[in-house]
Design a protein around this ligand. Structure first.
Ligand code: F6P
Length: 364
């Protein structure tokens, strides 16, 4: 099979994250160097595939990008060949553009497509594969919520940024004797908040998997105050919600596969906690800071390992698989097992047990 492959397409889909360039670099250098295969980079995720927009990647194109955040190819979390926005009678309309998209790949001589992305990207990749386009997946997201892999690249960097932010919040919390809330991203999974909260020594960690009770949080803060600990740090996931309550939605992006953008729960909680406890409180929303900047060494290494594994799958003619980390090994898992599922934190996860054992409250 590998004899017939002359050109491999690569795209980065969904929200950007640190380490994407490490994967692009590894896929490109492995394939052009060892197999003489050309690598064509589609620009702006599936938008580039839909619009036949991209460029050939050579050694120079990927040189010096390992430590750069973001993606040199650009990305989009709206473009979807199966739900493509067009204008019809001066009004927006959505069409299935998947056949034309696959034809575009073939016209450009792309035999296999490496899709680097999260759950949305893998779902689209799976559907394109079922329509006949050979696909290989690489898992990215700061949320770490992708099914089939223990870790996505980008997570380690985001946890480090959020933990560093909590460290900085600590000193001002101590000085002013305040309750400080730090809101992290992560969508419907609490991995990022739990990781950052543990690393930053948060007193309370609120995650989507465990609905909180406001009175329990307030009591924990008051108890600390009674014991002479005159500040508290609360790490809050953007997807955290009260028992039986609703998510806090910041905006609705109509033409995005996952329309909801979460954010702002910490602001609500901040005034509620201040009202109940009488303790001065402040909230900081970390937002897109967590996705920006230089990847950690861990993410550069993991991204490189994933990229090399994807190139090996091309070589072996192993399509329909995603590179994944299981324990310490990079393995191939079927994309069919992944699409449309979210990996949330199991109630008995070791990280949860470690947090509880060290006195953290989940506010439940
Ligand atoms: O999936 C990555 C992520 O950063 C989430 O943590 C967050 O909810 C979302 O993307 C934000 O999306 P956008 O960049 O469209 O605001």
């Amino acid at each position: 099979m590998s004899e017939r492959i002359k050109r491999v397409g690569v795209l980065t889909g969904g929200g950007d994250c640190p380490g994407l360039n490490a994967v692009i670099r590894a896929v490109t250098t492995s394939l052009i160097q060892h197999d003489g295969i050309e690598v064509f980079g589609f620009e702006d995720g599936f938008a580039g595939l839909i619009e036949k927009r991209g460029r050939l990647l050579d050694w120079d194109a990927v040189s010096g990008i390992l430590q750069q955040g973001g993606t040199i190819l650009g990305t989009s979390n709206k473009a979807d060949p199966f739900h493509h926005k067009i204008e019809k009678n001066k009004k927006p309309a959505w069409v299935d553009f998947s056949e034309q998209t696959i034809d575009n790949a073939r016209d450009l001589g792309v035999d296999v497509l490496v899709c680097i992305g999260g759950d949305g990207t893998m779902t689209i990749a799976q559907k394109l594969m079922n329509k006949g386009l050979p696909i290989i997946g690489v898992p990215k997201t700061i949320d770490n919520d992708l099914f089939g892999t223990d870790v996505t690249f980008g997570y380690d960097t985001a946890v480090s940024i959020a933990a560093d932010a909590i460290d900085r919040i600590h000193t001002t919390a101590q000085s002013h004797h305040r309750v400080m809330l730090v809101e992290t991203m992560g969508r419907y999974a609490g991995w990022l908040t739990l990781g950052a909260g543990l690393a930053g020594g948060a007193d309370v960690i609120l995650i989507p998997e465990i609905e909180y009770n406001l009175d329990v949080i307030a009591e924990r803060v008051k108890e600390r105050s009674r014991k002479g600990r005159r500040f508290s740090i609360i790490a809050v996931s953007e997807g955290a919600k009260p028992k039986g309550g609703e998510l806090t939605v910041q905006r609705v992006v109509e033409d995005s596969p996952d329309k909801l953008r979460l954010g702002g729960v910490s602001m609500k909680l901040c005034s509620q906690i201040e009202d109940i406890t009488g303790l001065e409180s402040r909230a900081t929303i970390l937002g897109h800071l967590q996705r920006g900047g230089t990847p950690t060494a861990f993410d550069r290494i993991l991204g490189t390992r994933y990229g090399v594994a994807a190139a090996e799958m091309v070589r072996d003619g192993r399509f329909g698989y995603m590179a994944a980390l299981r324990g310490n090994e990079v393995v191939a898992v079927s994309i069919d097992e992944i699409g449309g599922k979210t990996r949330t934190i199991p109630p008995d996860d070791q990280l949860i047990r470690a947090a509880l054992a060290t006195g953290v409250s989940f506010g439940d």
